[in-house]
Write a protein of this length. Structure first.
Lengths: 258, 308
């Protein structure tokens, strides 16, 4: 476990040494503040559009951070030839993979804390109340969803040749699920066989990342989701993340390091 | 060492050419009809006329906000949402909705579908009735639709319903009469022949400013525009015609101008889906005209959408 944590801490340090997070964070803050300064019929209590824009940027930025961080972990170790000394130490490939995953996931969690704190402050400045429980739930579901994305990208980094192609494919895959994942069953039901069964099969196979997107509940001040339901959703995401990590381990185990 | 005179001369020649070309092009650009730099709107400068494509998207988004996020996607049954509810409820457009507005999701098709419904709004509400909180006393939350209506108007200044719908909610539920009037005037500048905006502006003067004379002038202008634009059509906008004619008829009756009231009621009756109800109004006025006693106070103007 110590080895895994040591690798994870290096990944977290990498996040705050690189400029990516700061650039995305400042960009989000600036855009939100500019949007907040717009005069809309002299009404200073209009806030939901601002919450929507801010949450959209948080989601986009978190996906960029998660995918780009995870996509470069193992390829950069190979390119810099630091993978040999790492594995020469008493560190197994499984521990390296788990360390990289945990590091990326924790780093995303830290980034999410910063983003959601800003979101909460922005919303509170207009709404004058702070539904902490709702924000905590939205942040946790978001973070759990990122576990699947990171695991998928780590697997991709072992399968695809370059980090750029892996990042692009991961972005397309995640965007596809977030936009269309919920509706694949409706489309499938309108198709003739065998396309219906194939699409319905795909619907069951893909990780439904859109389940973790509770932005509409936050924007429109709906009550939070029941915690047991959130727990089941978290188990669902962790099951997918584990499956993808096992897949990554199986690929990494047989992969030549040089 | 090679001479540097030739490259310098070429550079000088190119600079002169660039300057001359820029001076010539600038004259042409200032007179070119496609020049966007004269526009005061950033979106117009950036997107040109292509911005109109997105206007409807944001109008529908305002309606999604009106429902606190409970809204059908392109994959759902949209029969009950063909006319945005925020527009229908404002009485500025006629409704074409059918079907069950609460059950467009249908029964869950599988366990993922059933489970996913816990994570997005799955109850039909309207913001003017309290929205997600269900607090019927808090109708001011309807203000949340305004940013998208404003953006929709910026993207397509010729989409008239954006102005009338926004103005209705601004003055009725947000108490912002001045802003409503200003927004309608913006719309009228962009669409000077719009009978819809004239009618709505008349309502502002009648219901909020208590300036009945100006309201009548606006409604008369709206009626003239309607007759000029819609009367020749095979399927004219009857909804707005009935609104304008009924408001004018009731206004004239209230003022005691019975002949004018009768004339407007005849127009109203001719296009009304319920002519018998209008005939009762006509009979009442004829009775008042025949009666030597002074006319009693007329009933208040009917809210729109309830005219028979």
């Amino acid at each position: 476990m110590n080895n895994i944590l040591a690798v994870a801490s290096v990944v977290i340090k990498e996040l705050y040494r690189r400029k990516d997070f700061y650039v995305l964070y400042i960009l989000t803050v600036l855009i939100c503040l500019i949007m907040a300064s717009v005069n809309l019929f002299h009404d200073v209590h209009i806030v939901r559009y601002l919450k929507e824009i801010c949450l959209l940027f948080i989601w986009i930025c978190s996906l960029i951070i998660a995918i780009t961080t995870a996509a470069r972990q193992i390829p950069s170790e190979r390119e810099n030839r630091t993978l040999f000394p790492l594995l020469a130490k008493p560190l197994s490939r499984t521990q390296l993979l788990l360390g990289k995953f945990l590091g990326c996931w924790l780093a995303c969690g830290l980034a999410l804390i910063c983003f959601y704190l800003f979101f909460g402050a922005l919303a509170a400045s207009r709404e004058h109340h702070w539904p902490l429980l709702n924000y905590l739930q939205a942040g946790l579901l978001h973070w759990v969803m990122l576990a699947v994305v990171i695991a998928f990208t780590l697997l991709g980094s072992l399968v695809f040749a370059a980090p750029s192609s892996n990042a692009t494919i991961s972005f397309v895959f995640v965007a596809f699920i977030l936009v269309l994942g919920r509706h694949l069953n409706k489309v499938a039901l309108q198709l003739p066989e065998p396309r219906r069964s194939i699409l319905y099969g795909l619907y069951y196979c893909i990780p439904h990342l859109e389940l973790f997107d509770v932005r509409d509940l936050i924007i429109h001040n709906w009550p939070p989701v029941a915690w047991p339901v959130c727990g089941v959703a978290a188990l669902y995401a962790l099951a997918y993340a584990s499956a993808l990590l096992i897949g990554a381990y199986l690929v990494f185990r047989r992969k030549a390091i040089n | 060492m090679r001479s540097t005179k030739l490259p310098l001369l070429i550079l000088l020649g190119l600079l002169v050419l660039c300057f001359g070309l820029a001076a010539w092009l600038d004259l042409w650009f200032q007179t070119w009809q496609g020049n966007r730099t004269q526009s005061a709107h950033v979106l117009s400068v950036l997107m040109g006329d292509s911005r109109r494509m997105f206007a409807n998207h944001f109008f529908v988004k305002a309606d999604a906000y009106f429902h606190s996020g409970f809204y059908p996607t392109v994959f759902d049954n949209r029969e009950a949402f063909r006319t945005p509810h925020m527009a229908e409820d404002s009485g500025t457009v006629g409704g074409r909705n059918q079907g069950d507005e609460k059950g467009f999701l249908g029964k869950p098709r599988d366990w993922i579908d059933a489970f996913s419904r816990q994570f997005f709004p799955a109850r039909h509400t309207h913001l003017d009735e309290g929205g997600a909180s269900g607090d019927l006393g808090d109708s001011s939350q309807v203000r949340e639709i305004m940013p998208w209506l404003r953006l929709s108007a910026e993207l397509n200044p010729n989409d008239i319903r954006t102005y009338t719908v926004a103005a209705y909610w601004l003055r009725e539920r947000m108490g912002k009469v001045a802003e409503a009037e200003q927004f309608l005037r913006e719309g009228l500048r962009e669409n000077p022949d719009s009978y819809e905006i004239m009618y709505e502006l008349g309502r502002v003067y009648s219901e909020n400013r208590n300036d009945q004379a100006r309201a009548r002038n606006l409604w008369e202008a709206a009626l003239r525009q309607w007759q000029r634009q819609e009367a020749p059509k095979s399927d004219p906008d009857k909804f707005l015609f009935i609104q304008i004619a009924s408001h004018l008829a009731l206004f004239e009756e209230k003022q005691g101008h019975y002949p004018q009231a009768l004339a407007y009621m005849e127009l109203w009756k001719a296009r009304s889906p319920g002519p018998d109800a209008v005939q009762k109004f006509i009979d009442d006025i004829r009775h008042k005209m025949a009666s030597p006693a002074p006319a009693p106070a007329a009933p208040p103007l009917q809210p729109p959408g309830q005219a028979p």
